[in-house]
Design a protein around this ligand. Structure first.
Ligand SMILES: C[S@@+](CC[C@H](N)C(=O)[O-])C[C@H]1O[C@@H](n2cnc3c(N)ncnc32)[C@H](O)[C@@H]1O
Length: 273
């Protein structure tokens, strides 16, 4: 499918920001994150979809624990990192190079993941709903979807237009942020200064409050959407560090009225292919 190019389609963006986005601590955190999310989601089976799997932080950790993982990501560079990681850990993961809008595998997974703010990238916001519908279609009845991202409430509380930090190689990362589109999106500019030279990376995405994310998930057919402030299950309250949604695809009761059925059994146009 041909689409207008957006910022996340640029491989160079992921290549050049890799060291800031994925420092060693982020990989070191993966085992604890995976333990926490498994405890929170309690999947009924072992088939996992890691949507936007990036360099395979969660995918590889789950595979080490005996889960059958499918990692989906559109960035070849990051998928190369993920493959190398799986190889080094001697685990098998199915890697699918695909845009998240195009991936659907009907009733194939017990657990689906969207971790580390990997949702809400599209200029056309309705495409977020398309992704959720694809995930809904890809889950088995009783399956569970975990989204972990920055929440709008926290951002409003801590928002600073400009921040800066030292990066491991001695350079500086200056971040500039701008809220636009009536508090529905954030535009970010990362200026990396090294050895007297600077490079700029620009990206933007849609912001979700807890309620907005819940509404989106329910519109896609999910039920029993619970919100947390961390993968450890803290309350989504004023001190929430993250926005975590755990959403279930209801098991169909005979003659039942699952939300998806009530809404006319909507599934993705892609899932229907
Ligand atoms: C912030 S990273 C998170 C990676 C991973 N979930 C983690 O927790 O480490 C966002 C990921 O989304 C992927 N991505 C961005 N846009 C995408 C799209 N349209 N379809 C599929 N993957 C996409 C990027 O390649 C990147 O791996």
């Amino acid at each position: 499918m041909s689409r207008r190019r957006e910022w996340f389609d640029d491989e160079r963006f992921w290549r050049d920001t890799y060291d800031f986005m994925f420092p060693p601590e982020r990989f070191e955190a993966a085992p604890a994150e995976v333990s926490a999310l498994l405890k929170l989601a309690k999947p009924r089976g072992k088939a996992v979809l890691d949507l936007c799997s990036g360099p395979g932080r969660a995918s590889v950790e789950l595979a080490k624990r005996g889960y059958r993982v499918t990692g989906v990501d559109r960035t070849r560079f990051l998928m190369g990192k993920a493959r190398a990681r799986a190889k080094a850990a001697r685990v098998k993961v199915e890697w699918v190079e695909s845009d998240m809008r195009d991936f659907a595998r009907p009733a194939a997974f017990d657990l689906a993941l969207s971790l580390f703010t990997s949702f809400g990238y599209f200029d056309d916001k309705s495409e977020d709903l398309l992704v959720l519908r694809n995930v809904f279609a890809s889950l088995r009845p009783g399956g569970v979807f975990v989204i972990e991202r920055t929440g709008k409430e926290r951002l409003a509380r801590i928002f600073q237009p400009t921040t800066s930090q030292r990066v491991p190689d001695g350079g500086w990362l200056v971040e500039r942020h701008e809220i636009f589109d009536d508090w529905t999106r954030i535009r970010n500019e990362w200026v990396v200064i090294r050895g007297g030279k600077s490079r700029i990376f620009r990206f933007h995405h849609t912001l979700y409050s807890g309620q907005e994310l819940r509404d989106r998930l329910e519109a896609a057919g999910f039920a029993d959407v619970k919100l947390y402030g961390s993968l450890a299950g803290d309350a989504y309250g004023v001190n929430a560090a993250r926005l975590v949604a755990v959403a279930r695809k209801e098991r169909q009761r005979s003659g039942g009225t699952s939300r998806a059925r009530r809404s006319g059994g909507r599934t993705s146009r892609l899932a229907n292919r």
